[in-house]
Design a protein around this ligand. Sequence first.
Ligand SMILES: [Zn+2]
Ligand SMILES: [Zn+2]
Length: 364
Amino acid sequence: MSEAAFCPRCGDPAPEGATGHTRRERALCNDCYFEDFELVDHPDRVEVTVCAHCGAIQRDDRWEDVGARDYTDIAVESVSEALGVHVDAEDVSWGVDPEQVDPTTIRMHCQFSGVVRGEPLVEEFTVPVKIGKQTCQRCGRIAGDYYASVVQVRAVGDRTPTSEETERAREIAEVITEEMEATGDRNAFVTDVSEKPEGLDLKLSDTKIGKNVSRKLTEEFGGAYDSSETLVTEDEDGNEVYRVTFAIRLPEFVPGDVIDLEDDDAGPVLVRSVQGNLKGVRVTTGEPYEAGYEVGDAPDARKLGRVEDAAETTLVAVEDENAVQVLDPETYESVTVARPSYLDTERETVPVLKSRAGLHVLPS
Ligand SMILES: [Zn+2]
Ligand SMILES: [Zn+2]
C-alpha cells in the first residue's frame, strides 16, 4: 500500500480519487478535508465609494461608470465580485438578497450550495456593504468649470462667423465629447460655450477636443487655425499644466458671396466653395474660376454682395452672344449687361445683383 492511501493528518485510510487543490489535500480523508473547508471565500464587509453626482464607482485610483440604477445594484455587483467559490465545488448555485438597512448600508444575504467530494453542501452568510459618497474627478471638474483648451471661432476680414459655422462648431464639440465618453474617456466634456461679438468661444475639458474641433471646422468651412499654450498652474505632482488656445480664422469669403478680385479684370466671381482654395463662377461669362494654390481661400478681393441681395428683373432682349438687356431693378431703365453662359434666354425674369461693379446676372 502506498503512502498516499492514508490520510497524512489522522492516519485513516483516504478515499480513492478524492478532490483537492494540492496533493496533500487530495490525500486527506473527508473528515480532515471538510474540517477547514469553506465553500465560499468572502470578505467580512465590502466598502464601495460612489460619486454622489453621477453614480460612478471608484475602483483603485479610477472612477468607472457602471450604469447602475441604484446603490442596491452596486452592492450586488461589488459583493459578487468579492466572492470566491472553492474550485473543488461542482453544481454550484447561488443567490443574493439585498436588505437596505439605511441609505448607505445594505446587508447582502448570500446563499450558496454545491457538491464537494460527492457531499451536498450549503453555506449561508451575510456581507454588509457600506456605500461611501464622494465626488469623482469629472464631476469635480465640471462643478469647478475646469477647462484645458479654448477654441476661438473667428473669421478673417470684416465678417463674423455665420450662425451655420458657429452652430456646427458647437455640434462638432458635442459629437467629439460623446465619442470620447463612449470609449470610456471620463474627462471629456464641454465646459462652456459663449457667444462673442466677434464669434464663438468654446471651453473644453481636453486639448484633444479643441484640436479636433479646429481641424474638422476648417475642413468643412475652409480657413486655418493655430494653437498656443499658456502655463496655468502646476498639478499635485508638480507637473506644469498648460492650457491650449486654438484660434480659428474662417475664410473672409463664404459660398454665396459675389466678390471683385484685385488685379483682375475678368469680372466678379460668385463664390461656390472655400474648401482648400476658393472656387466659383465668373458672373460676366459663366466661366469657372479657381484661385491658385498660393492664394488658397484668401484672394485679394472686395465683397460686392450676396446671392440673397439679387433682385428678380425683366429680361428685355438678347443682344448677342455676350450681351443681354435687362431692366435696372432700381431705375427700371433698360441696360445692356454681360451675358453669362448659365443665363437661360427663355426666361422672362432673371436675378441681378446691383453693386459698385455694376449690374450682373446671377445663376437662377
Ligand atoms: Zn484524516
Ligand atoms: Zn461623478
